[in-house]
Design a protein around this ligand. Structure first.
Ligand SMILES: [Zn+2]
Length: 143
């Protein structure tokens, strides 16, 4: 198996069922990018475009951010897609994968439940309620 060093972007409405080797399928409508693993193992790699997952940069050529780490595949491929080029990176250790998964979970939790990150309501003192009519009358009488 030879490691691929470039990908050809293809904008599609739907990701096709059978992917062609060397093509980076981009579906803006479904916010999904898919390609066959660049190591040549032909495993499908799906990278959802989401604030908490991958970001696609398109300037005529395509970059994906962050890197693509196929830890669930036997090949454990890890590479960056930069300007249609595949930049191979070192495979991560189990500890680093666990840490990255943890960080991803936290990002997702913060993104979907921002209220949990806010201070609790009881820490904010409520504004004093307006004085009632009777209280105001008493105050007037006491002048
Ligand atoms: Zn692979």
């Amino acid at each position: 198996m030879t490691r691929r060093t470039s990908l050809r972007p293809a904008f599609v409405q739907y990701i096709p069922e059978t992917l062609e080797d060397g093509v980076l399928y981009i579906s803006p409508e479904n916010r999904t990018v898919a390609h066959l693993c660049c190591c040549g193992c032909r495993s499908e790699v799906i990278t959802p475009l989401d604030l908490t997952q991958w970001r696609l940069i398109y300037d005529g050529r395509v970059s994906l951010d962050p890197s693509v780490g196929s830890w669930n595949l036997p090949c454990r491929s890890h590479y960056w897609i930069r300007h249609n080029a595949v930049q191979w990176a070192e495979p991560w250790t189990d500890a680093r994968i666990a840490a990255a998964r943890n960080a991803q979970r936290q990002r997702t939790a913060q993104h979907y439940a921002p209220s949990q990150a806010q201070p609790v309501a009881s820490e904010v003192s409520p504004p004093s309620p307006p004085k009632g009519l009777w209280e105001r009358l008493l105050a007037w009488l006491a002048r």
